[in-house]
Design a protein around this ligand. Structure first.
Ligand SMILES: Cc1cc2nc3c(=O)[nH]c(=O)nc-3n(C[C@H](O)[C@H](O)[C@H](O)COP(=O)(O)OP(=O)(O)OC[C@H]3O[C@@H](n4cnc5c(N)ncnc54)[C@H](O)[C@@H]3O)c2cc1C
Length: 322
């Protein structure tokens, strides 16, 4: 057992209990979401000693130097003195400038945030509500120096954050936006490499940005996008993506629906299965997998087994807070 101190209070961290688990158990008001080390919303700082290395995985070098770490990934080896980061250290102020529906359950939200100009399409940010609730959302557009970030938000039944965004937030409202993070984005090297993009639901958000980035940067290799949902009405941007496929000879778009018989122009079945059936030789391809965590982890394994190098597999699993 170890002791963690936050401000004036001290808590006992049980064996195999993370710092986040302890603080939640003790009813401490701390931000968190995925609890898997992905979203970084439980970032906290050790003020007296370097935190365990594993708890700093994925953080920037500058954050590591300042002893920031992820509370959900930290199993203390000795007593620790902690400090919660200031709101201004983590978040910038954004303003909603567009709020419209992409389909019956997907919202297009554009947030202007002049402090965030440098990012890669496909990275994600954490959005924070005034009461402190945080969720991660992927950036769907390439930077255009206008400070506008685009998000695709799927409404989940009883989803605390997504329902709030769908039902309550409006143009002109302010919202806190964290720094962009994550490694799922396009790098303009090996322009003739095949790019395979597979996404479910709003997994299209990071993929749409990656696609735009790759095509606009003159990627010459084949680019294939498999976007899957249950029904045609759950897909979105179909016409736009079809136009893209007309415009760019090297781009092919495969909209897939898993619970309907195929109507013309659509593939019946799941996007990941359709991609596996379509791909002949995976060797040398770069693969991007975004959306449902089960699809992402099973396709990561599949791509590797098919001969794709691990360094060429980029993933964005939409792990949930629940
Ligand atoms: C790196 C990252 C990027 C993300 N990018 C996006 C994005 O671009 N667009 C987007 O819409 N979401 C994205 N998400 C998911 C998002 O962060 C939230 O988890 C999601 O909006 C649900 O939050 P909520 O508060 O509405 O639901 P919660 O209140 O957290 O959950 C409500 C209920 O929905 C269930 N649930 C939660 N997530 C899912 C899910 N994905 N599928 C099915 N059931 C679920 C829960 O088990 C629970 O029963 C991303 C997540 C991560 C980690």
């Amino acid at each position: 057992m170890t002791k963690i101190t936050l401000g004036e209070e001290s808590y006992t961290c049980q064996l195999n209990e993370s710092v986040l688990d302890t603080l939640i158990r003790e009813d401490v008001d701390i931000s968190y979401a995925c609890q898997k080390g992905t979203c970084h919303s439980c970032l906290i700082r050790s003020v007296d000693q370097a935190p365990p290395e594993l708890a700093q995985k994925g953080l920037k070098d500058t954050q590591k130097r300042q002893n920031y770490f992820l509370a959900c990934q930290c199993f203390p080896e000795q007593d620790m003195q902690l400090k919660l980061p200031e709101q201004s250290e983590i978040f910038s102020q954004g303003t909603v400038v567009v709020n419209e529906m992409l389909n019956h359950n997907t919202l297009l939200l554009k947030i202007e945030c002049q402090d965030i100009q440098e990012y890669f399409a496909g990275q994600f940010v954490n959005l924070q509500r005034e009461d402190g609730l945080i969720r991660s959302y992927s950036i769907a557009n390439v930077p255009k120096q206008d400070g506008i970030l685009e998000f695709h938000i799927r409404r989940l039944p009883d989803g605390k954050f997504s329902e709030w965004l769908h039902d309550e937030i409006k143009v002109g409202d302010n919202i806190a936006v964290s720094e962009p993070q994550g490694h799922c984005f396009y790098i303009p090297e090996q322009a003739d490499q095949g790019l395979l993009l597979i996404g479910t639901g709003t997994g299209l958000a990071p993929l749409a940005g990656i696609l735009e980035d790759a095509l606009k940067q003159g990627h010459t290799g084949p680019v294939m996008l498999f976007h899957g949902s249950r029904e045609v009405k759950d897909l979105y941007r179909i016409d736009e993506l079809r136009e893209f496929a007309q415009k760019y000879d090297n781009f092919s778009y495969f909209p897939c629906v898993s619970s309907e018989t195929a109507s013309e122009g659509f593939i019946a079945g799941r996007a990941d299965k359709a991609a596996v059936a379509h791909m002949q030789d995976w060797k040398g391809w770069r693969v991007f997998l975004c959306g449902h965590p089960d699809m992402v982890s099973s396709m990561k394994m599949e791509a590797f087994m098919q001969g794709v190098s691990m360094k060429d597999i980029y993933t964005d699993a939409f792990v949930s807070a629940a």
